[in-house]
Design a protein around this ligand. Structure first.
Ligand SMILES: [Zn+2]
Ligand SMILES: [Zn+2]
Length: 723
């Protein structure tokens, strides 16, 4: 009986495909996990061998075209984690593997050695800077290096002339090249002394080295979690091991990288979805080496090979960006825990506001819990006040108390921060004469007014329209902007405080990491200023000069239909509060709301995040919501409603286990997006194993359904948003 190979191809198909080994190669000699090129219809694809099999006769099987590497492309523990993830998230293995091994890596993995990323750094003669014309490509490149060496892969994108600019700077002797490894080994600064709590945490974690254990490191903002991570990584490197650090999407700033590179005596590889194809393939290749190194990256870095992995750190483990929202819907934190288990290593989940799932795992005794309670250094916790704005006429979203607090901070030479989770000038453009308001016709949701660009923009599908001068319905002059976005706050504050800079940080004002850094650099300079922004501003940045932080509107989070809205709001309040008063001066936080009596404020301000979390967990338990139940969401969308309803109704009917509650089909909370009708079925069970058994039975029904190819559908296990 001929032995055949089962190959997973990067397509959304549930099962692997059978192939014969190449001529004169024994199938058994080809390892599971090896990359192969296979014919697929008229195409050729690069897939991964996932098993061997035997067949009676194989007249129609075709042979593999090429074998890339005799050894598996992933180390065994990662391979096991990937197999687990494909099963757990009920996703075709081929696509799951393709997420871990994206096309540029799949095809270019055998890129020649020696093409390593290089870095540039400035030579110590800043006077020479005067020889560069302001605004020119060389000047741009030079300025990007002022804060320290940068890898070429990041610099290259600065301008189309980056390559010639580099040549020019080298000719002028203004910069010098630096191999990335050398950079890491050269630039080590001594660690600051750890406080008692940090030392205890490090000692407890180092003591458990060599065995799988998940530890929640809960530390208030500013308590110095990063120093604990760095100390643990130093231990891992000293043992000759590798470390993997996952950070939220907006946490991987040049500032973060520089801090790790300065401190660690080993290469520190950046890993994120924005890497160019070549850089990504090189990072993957470098991370296959077994020498000490650190990979720091966003969600997808959980798939970095790292054969000598000795430690995993997830910073801000509660951050929603660890969950992938399309295709292979994995949660990087949860995959990382499984990977740590298969690797037999420690994993540390750090947060000031842990996810309720994580706290429930502590409660169940699955995760260990370490606390860092005090702020490092001399910083004191800020004073938090709920500001009742019910009887007040707000001026562009700002009340009297907030304006006074900002004014006095500025008068003392300090900085203020204003948070609003809404980009643009105003969420609605409305005609007071006839009632017209601008809606995106593909989503049936209001267009957001972007005044500086004179556009109406749909934040759901990206569609744009020019800003009308008159009402399109009645041709009147009665158009008014309703509601408050960051752009409006920026304009209002600039008008009110004309002598200080107002710096806005959101996805419109900071489109690239460099723009983002530039704004932060101005804030770091310490002069009085007002920072206005979205989520981007709320997280992790050390802003020593900020003493007043304002949450301009907390109300949306209080009355959402999403069961996770209050968790997010509590996390946000704690995080914004963490931005105020990190220096020596005590900070003040104001929260504007129309519901000052809301229980969330009472609990959170009275007992902090732990008290909030306890109450929210008992509520979830009473309602049998996650983490006290397991959920999966079956979503479907199509141009028309009828096929989605039929598909979902038949899917719901196919779930035959009484232990699995089925809700739907129901229209999605956002029932129309980008011209597609959207609906969903929610499956829920008290026991995760029952839910998974039901999903495994359901999956073939879905794939075989006659409508499955005529609409878009997806299964989301452990969804973190129900829309
Ligand atoms: Zn009108
Ligand atoms: Zn739209």
């Amino acid at each position: 009986m001929p032995t055949i190979l089962r190959v997973a191809v990067p397509l959304p198909l549930p099962d692997p495909f059978d192939y014969l080994p190449p001529e004169s190669v024994a199938a058994a000699s080809i390892a599971v996990g090896a990359r192969v090129r296979v014919p697929f219809g008229a195409r050729e694809l690069i897939g991964v061998v996932v098993g061997h099999g035997e067949v009676e006769r194989s007249p129609r099987l075709r042979p593999i075209l090429a074998l890339f590497d005799p050894r598996p492309v992933f180390p065994e523990p990662l391979w096991q984690a990937l197999l687990w993830a494909a099963r757990y998230y009920v996703h075709p293995l081929g696509e799951a593997l393709a997420t871990a091994l994206p096309a540029p890596v799949r095809e270019r993995l055998d890129a020649p050695e020696g093409s390593h990323d290089q870095a540039l750094r400035l030579r110590p003669d800043p006077a020479q800077r005067a020889r560069l014309r302001a605004g020119s490509a060389p000047a741009l490149l030079y300025d990007a290096l002022v804060d320290g060496p940068q890898p070429w892969s990041r610099l290259r994108g600065l301008s189309p002339q980056s390559t010639s600019a580099r040549r020019r700077l080298l000719q002028l002797g203004l910069v010098e090249p630096l191999a990335l490894d050398a950079q890491a080994r050269l630039a080590t600064t001594a660690p600051p002394p750890l406080n008692a709590a940090q030392q205890q945490a490090v000692a407890a974690l180092v003591a458990s080295h060599g065995a799988f254990a998940t530890t929640l490191l809960e530390g208030v903002t500013g308590s110095g979690k990063t120093e604990v991570y760095l100390a643990l990584i130093e231990h891992a490197l000293a043992r000759g091991e590798q470390a993997l650090v996952l950070v939220p999407e907006i946490g991987l700033t040049p500032q973060t990288l520089a801090r790790f590179r300065e401190r660690l005596a080993a290469p520190v590889l950046a890993w994120h979805s924005g890497l160019a194809d070549g850089a990504r393939a090189r990072a993957f290749e470098r991370a296959r080496a077994d020498t000490p190194m650190v990979v720091i990256g966003t969600r997808s870095a959980v798939f970095a090979p790292l054969p000598k992995l000795g430690l995993i750190v997830i910073d801000e483990e509660h951050d929603p960006s660890f969950k992938q929202h399309e295709g292979f819907r994995y949660h990087a934190r949860d995959v990382a825990v499984v990977r740590a288990k298969h690797s037999g290593v420690a994993i540390v989940l750090g947060s000031a506001t842990p996810a309720l799932e994580t706290l429930a795992n502590v409660e169940r005794g699955r995760f260990r819990h370490l606390r860092l309670d005090a702020r490092a250094g001399h910083a004191q916790p800020p004073a938090v006040e709920v500001v009742d704005v019910r009887r007040e006429r707000l001026q562009d979203g700002l009340g009297g108390k907030a304006l006074d607090a900002i004014a006095s901070a500025l008068a003392r030479g300090e900085q203020a921060l204003v948070f609003r989770n809404r980009r643009g000038f105003a969420p609605v453009l409305h005609c007071i004469d006839c009632g017209w308001h601008g809606d995106c016709d593909r989503c049936e949701r209001a267009f957001t007014l972007h005044r500086a660009r004179a556009r109406l923009v749909c934040h759901h599908c990206g569609r744009e329209r020019p800003l009308p001068r008159q009402c399109p319905a009645c041709q009147g002059e009665g158009l008014v902007a309703v509601g408050i976005g960051t752009e409006r706050l920026e304009a209002a504050l600039a008008q009110r405080f004309p002598t200080v800079p107002v710096l806005r940080l959101d996805r419109d004002s900071a489109r690239s990491a460099d723009q983002f850094e530039r704004v932060l650099a101005r804030a770091h300079a310490g002069e009085p200023c007002i920072l206005v922004g979205t989520q981007m501003l709320a997280k992790g940045h050390d802003l020593h000069g900020v003493t007043v932080a304002l949450i301009a509107d907390a109300d949306a989070g209080l009355h959402s239909t999403d069961p996770r809205a209050s968790e997010r709001l509590a996390q946000l309040i704690i995080q914004v509060a963490g931005r105020a008063g990190r220096g020596t001066r005590r900070g003040r936080v104001l929260i504007q709301t129309h519901h000052p009596e809301h229980a969330l404020f009472r609990t959170l301000l009275g007992g902090g995040y732990p008290a909030f979390a306890r109450e929210e967990l008992s509520l979830r338990e009473a309602l049998a919501l996650p983490p006290y139940s397991a959920q999966a969401l079956l979503r479907a969308e199509a141009r028309e409603r009828a096929p989605i309803d039929q598909f979902l109704a038949e899917a719901a009917a196919a779930v035959s286990d009484d232990a699995v509650r089925v809700a739907g089909p129901l229209p999605a909370p956002h029932a129309r997006r980008a011209g597609y009708e959207r609906a969903q079925v929610l499956l829920e069970a008290s026991q995760r194993s029952r839910l998974h058994a039901a999903l495994e039975r359901l999956l073939p029904v879905l794939h075989a359904h006659p409508l499955a190819r005529r609409l878009r559908w997806s299964l989301d296990v452990d969804p973190i948003a129900l829309d």
